[in-house]
Design a protein around this ligand. Structure first.
Ligand code: ADP
Ligand code: MG
Length: 250
């Protein structure tokens, strides 16, 4: 087995004296797609923010390629639920934002816009884009530094079902071409099963990983594959347990 790309061990993370994560360990291998599912408030976003270097006040450690994570790490990129584009910058300027003024003209920007199907939109303004287009720009921006690990926090949950399925395929294609590993938070069980090599189911109070489901099926996958349906039953059982556990602890 190859060395993990991400090595995350959170012993404990609290906000204002309340523990939200306890003993959470996540390993992600190069190129692997891992999804995090769990009830609202179980600490999924906090976990992702720790890996992104945005959250530093916790007990534990987060290493990417053996190095402690930090906000400006070129090894990680992040995509949030809302595209978070800067309205005063063009699409190309948003994608190449990390390079400042030169970013829009960088060949990487053009190549990424082409890959996400927005080759002609570099000079457009964010307000001219549909939700799906804006999220494609956010994906291109997340990949600009050529990260080995892309973090995504419910990236498609604001989109309609059809756009969501198209963007799932687009994301998978881009990730495979660039050999980018994905660590993705989603509340969509089918999305997690369709995209992932592994699904981690979290429970709440405090947040911890309750179940790990491997999905060795090759891509492209058939969304109606019975082998996926069997895994889905396991994931749903684990989610049901973690909801019941949360209710007991409440
Ligand atoms: P999830 O993404 O799984 O819904 P979060 O990681 O956003 O959960 O939040 C986990 C818990 O931590 C929640 O109870 C939330 O209210 C709390 N929390 C998250 N961020 C903060 C913060 N900056 N300050 C205080 N509490 C927070
Ligand atoms: Mg969240």
């Amino acid at each position: 087995m190859s060395e993990p790309l991400l090595s995350l061990d959170v012993v404990s993370k609290s906000f204002n004296g309340r523990q939200v994560l306890r003993r959470v360990s996540v390993r992600v291998r190069p190129g692997e797609v891992v999804s995090l599912l769990g009830p609202s408030g179980c600490g999924k976003s906090t976990l992702l923010r720790i890996v992104a270097g945005l959250e530093r006040d916790y007990d534990g450690r987060a290493l990417v390629k053996g190095e402690p994570v930090h906000v400006h790490s070129p090894h990680t990129g992040i995509v949030f639920q809302e595209p978070r584009l800067l309205p005063w910058l063009t699409v190309a300027q948003n994608v190449g934002f990390e390079e400042g003024g030169r970013g829009a003209g960088d060949p990487r920007t053009r190549a990424l816009l082409e890959e996400v199907g927005l080759a002609d939109c570099g000079d457009a303004w964010p307000k001219q884009l549909s939700g799906g287009m804006a999220q494609r720009v956010a994906i291109a921006r997340g990949l600009f530094s050529q990260p080995e690990l892309l973090l995504l926090d419910e990236p498609f949950s604001a989109l309609d079902a059809f756009t969501r399925m198209r963007l799932q395929d687009l994301l998978l294609g881009v990730a495979r071409r660039h050999r980018t590993a994905l660590l993705m938070v989603t509340h969509d069980v089918d999305e997690a099963l369709y995209l992932s090599d592994r699904v981690l189911v979290m429970g709440a109070r405090p947040g911890t990983i309750r179940e790990e489901v491997e999905l060795p099926m090759p891509h492209p996958r058939d969304r109606a594959d019975p082998a996926l349906a069997r895994r889905k039953a396991r994931v749903l059982d684990a989610l049901k347990d973690s909801l019941a556990g949360g209710a007991r602890a409440a």
